[in-house]
Ligand binder design. Structure first.
Ligand SMILES: Nc1ncnc2c1ncn2[C@@H]1O[C@H](COP(=O)(O)OP(=O)(O)OP(=O)(O)O)[C@@H](O)[C@H]1O
Ligand SMILES: [Mg+2]
Length: 200
């Protein structure tokens, strides 16, 4: 059996969920674990002096639970897939007994216990203006209050990114302004090469 874990990290609205979902759809015997599912209850997330909820910090997430799920997959991908009612292919396009896990989220590289598990770490980035515009068209739960992007989201992005870059040197930065199909194609091809490399 061969297992590959790919991280799709990046800035908010960088296109992480779009790319990760499309990869999952295209790769047989793949699973997707999305970090957003692990946010703590709103009442557990503290507020700063300006009244902004501190969502963009790793402590706002149940990272222990997320790591448990990644480890559970690694131990037995087939049973993990069956639990999720995902179809397990005998022989996939990528070979027999090849399982791929896609881990997606905005703070996946700021939690040390997960970092040693990835075969490859992608990080989608887009410029400030595009990010702010894309974010303004989205509806979050809870919704972003006025001033939240400049008062919390952007400063925390810069802080978290700095921390990540100080901790890791093997991040592959990806231009999130590329077409969705182009992004999918290049990352998919890269994953195929990683799998081929496992045979050697
Ligand atoms: N390559 C792309 N080109 C243009 N727009 C894109 C691209 N990828 C995603 N988008 C758009 O940007 C928005 C955010 O996409 P997506 O939800 O995939 O980002 P995200 O990084 O997962 O965001 P979040 O911070 O909410 O988790 C969506 O409206 C999506 O359609
Ligand atoms: Mg997302």
């Amino acid at each position: 059996m061969k297992t590959v874990i790919v991280g799709i990290g990046g800035i908010t609205n960088g296109g992480k969920s779009t790319l990760a979902t499309r990869l999952h759809q295209q790769i047989p015997n793949s699973c997707l674990i999305a970090q957003d599912v692990y946010f703590k209850e709103d009442c557990e997330v503290p507020v700063d002096s300006k009244g902004f909820k501190q969502y963009d910090v790793v402590s706002a997430l149940h990272m222990d639970r997320m790591t448990d799920h990644v480890e559970l997959w690694k131990k037995n991908p087939e049973s993990f897939m069956k639990q999720k009612s995902l179809r397990v292919f005998e022989e996939s396009l990528l070979g027999k007994d090849v399982f791929v896990l896609i881990v997606e989220g905005f703070l996946i590289y700021n939690y040390r216990p997960l970092n040693s598990l990835y075969n490859k770490k992608y990080f989608l980035e887009i410029p400030y203006e595009i990010c702010k515009t894309r974010r303004s068209t989205r509806m979050y739960n809870p919704p972003d209050p006025p001033g939240y992007f400049d008062g919390h989201v952007w400063p925390m992005y810069l802080k978290n990114r700095k921390e990540m870059e100080e901790m890791l040197s093997d991040i592959v930065f990806v231009d999130g302004l590329q077409e969705k199909d182009q992004l999918l194609d290049s990352v998919y091809k890269d994953i195929v090469e990683i799998i081929k490399g496992l045979n050697k």
